[in-house]
Design a protein around this ligand. Structure first.
Ligand SMILES: [Zn+2]
Length: 163
């Protein structure tokens, strides 16, 4: 079992931790998951410390090793937007980091070089993450679609956005 962190993995503030059984809907092979209550601004979160994903060879802790301060701030702000506790496992963390990076690139390409990529809008659709962006020109959302989303779905969504 990994050691439990003394500080919030997203913001570094003090954190209260407890190993707890996972919710029924989360498969963990009966291992416990970490319940964290951040004393900073992140709120509470559940972390599957030893969770693996077939396509992601890193654990949550390993994924968080190489992130920037902007990416950590994105995770912190996103977590504070969730309505309920969500479980951070490698797939989810990878998707959130990809969304932050894609939204940052998209903001630059739209000409919003001073854009602040805030966080997710709080939805739980990790294939298609809605990212909130603030720029001098105003507030925007950028929807980051997963690579597995089929072309016709993307075209349909673009059609409705323009309707
Ligand atoms: Zn925190």
């Amino acid at each position: 079992m990994s050691s439990t962190p003394d500080n919030c993995l997203f913001c570094g503030a003090n954190v209260q931790t407890e190993l707890v059984p996972p919710p029924d809907w989360h498969a963990t092979d009966n291992r416990l998951i970490l319940s964290c209550t951040c004393e900073g601004s992140c709120g509470s979160m559940l972390i599957d410390l030893e969770g693996k994903h077939s396509k992601i060879k890193s654990t949550v802790l390993e994924l968080l090793n190489d992130v920037t301060q902007e990416e950590l701030l994105f995770l912190s702000r996103s977590n504070s937007n969730w309505v309920d506790d969500v479980i951070y496992e490698p797939y989810m963390v990878q998707r959130l980091l990809e969304a932050q990076r894609a939204a940052t690139i998209a903001s630059d390409r739209f000409g919003f070089e001073d854009a602040d990529v805030i966080g997710t809008a709080g939805g739980l659709d990790f294939s298609n993450i809605l990212v909130m962006v603030e720029a001098g020109e105003g507030r925007f959302t950028i929807r980051v679609l997963g690579v597995e989303v089929e072309d016709n779905v993307v075209r349909s969504e673009a059609f409705w956005l323009n309707y």
